[in-house]
Ligand binder design. Structure first.
Ligand SMILES: Cc1ncc(COP(=O)(O)O)c(C=O)c1O
Length: 332
């Protein structure tokens, strides 16, 4: 029987009983100062909008017994800086500035459950090479449900388990075009259109393959298979280095579940006992079907459930063994 809620469902601000804040009252950090939500705009001709050169990272914020906390903040800001380094985006902020700004943004936006940093080139340019390459950094803390989905109900797409289609037209991000380790807007356009096609065909999500035909990742998540009681995930070379992926590998280790990074074929997944995706927004997300094949029993398997439960306890501050993954944002 299928469960009635996702395995890990981060609570929205209303469910947490947090003070509700009107979206227009939210404050967005821009280059060192807070500005009102409606003012956080860029020109339609901005270089990053026209050329896809926006670097970004996305974090989750949780209600813990000690107050709101960001999950794995330093790892996320380090990845944003790594994206900028790979792409050559000349960001001026360092990691300490970014970490401080993220904490302050959560403090100034009560009830936020999501945190997004964007580093972009706002200048209007005629050439590919920007004459004014100053990078603006925006940090927004909000609640996806109250601030975005409720204002546009068409966005409320909430399957409990996933039906994946193996994508055979669009290959995963190729390192000789834009390396998959860069979380940059340009890297998402091919997968976004491919996922859109899959949705029209009745699938929830796509599975991207490498040029060699082996499994890479999904559009915005990494993939794990459970094979003979052990976890397997594709190697680092062809995927975004997901922070949840790293967390799940560490949790597997701590829970006595062996985990290997290795090449996986689609056939390995179809024969696996369990398959799940990992991402900041969905944590551990079970896959029930790939193409026309049911995975395992078609319901979340025992290892998936165990890891999902532990991850949720950690994120919500109820597992002292992993308290160091959380950065508290209480007022000083
Ligand atoms: C391409 C891609 N892979 C994997 C992930 C999962 O990464 P994380 O667990 O850090 O959210 C994301 C997250 O957005 C992504 O965009």
């Amino acid at each position: 029987m299928r469960s009635s809620r996702p395995l890990v469902q981060y609570a929205s601000q209303a469910a947490l009983g947090w003070e509700l804040m009107e979206t227009q009252d939210r404050l967005i950090w821009r280059d060192g100062a807070f500005i009102p939500w409606p003012d956080a705009t860029v020109h339609v001709l901005a270089q990053s909008l026209q050329r896809g050169t926006l670097a970004f990272d996305f974090m989750s914020v949780h209600a813990t017994p000690k107050g709101p906390a960001i999950m794995r903040l330093p790892e996320h800001t380090a990845r944003l800086l790594e994206t900028c380094r790979i792409m050559g985006i000349p960001i001026a902020c360092g990691k300490d500035d970014l970490n401080r700004a993220c904490v302050e943004t959560v403090r100034r936006n009560p009830g936020a459950t999501a945190l997004k940093i964007s580093a972009l080139i706002p200048s209007i340019e005629v050439e590919l090479v920007p004459q004014d390459a100053r990078v603006s950094v925006f940090i927004a803390a909000y609640d996806s449900q109250a601030d975005i989905i409720a204002r546009n109900p068409g966005q409320a797409y909430t399957p409990k388990t996933l039906k994946l289609r193996v994508e055979r037209q669009v290959r995963n991000r190729r390192k000789d075009i834009v390396p998959p380790q860069a979380k940059v807007a340009a890297n998402y356009s091919g997968p976004a259109f491919a996922k859109w096609r899959a949705r029209r065909e009745g699938f929830d999500e796509i599975l991207l393959l490498n040029e060699s035909g082996t499994v890479a990742e999904s559009t915005t998540s990494n993939l794990f298979a459970v094979i003979d009681g052990a976890l397997a995930t594709p190697g680092d070379e062809n995927v975004l280095l997901g922070i949840t992926r790293a967390s799940i590998m560490e949790l597997g280790d701590a829970s006595g579940i062996p985990c290997a990074k290795r090449s996986l074929r689609v056939a390995d997944l179809l024969a696996a006992d369990e398959v799940f995706l990992t991402s900041t927004s969905k944590a551990v997300f079970p896959v029930r079907q790939i193409d026309e094949t049911r995975i395992g029993e078609g319901t979340p398997g025992p290892i998936t459930r165990r890891l999902a439960d532990r991850f949720e306890r950690i994120a919500t501050g109820r597992d002292p063994g992993f308290a160091h993954w959380l950065t508290l944002c209480t007022n000083p």
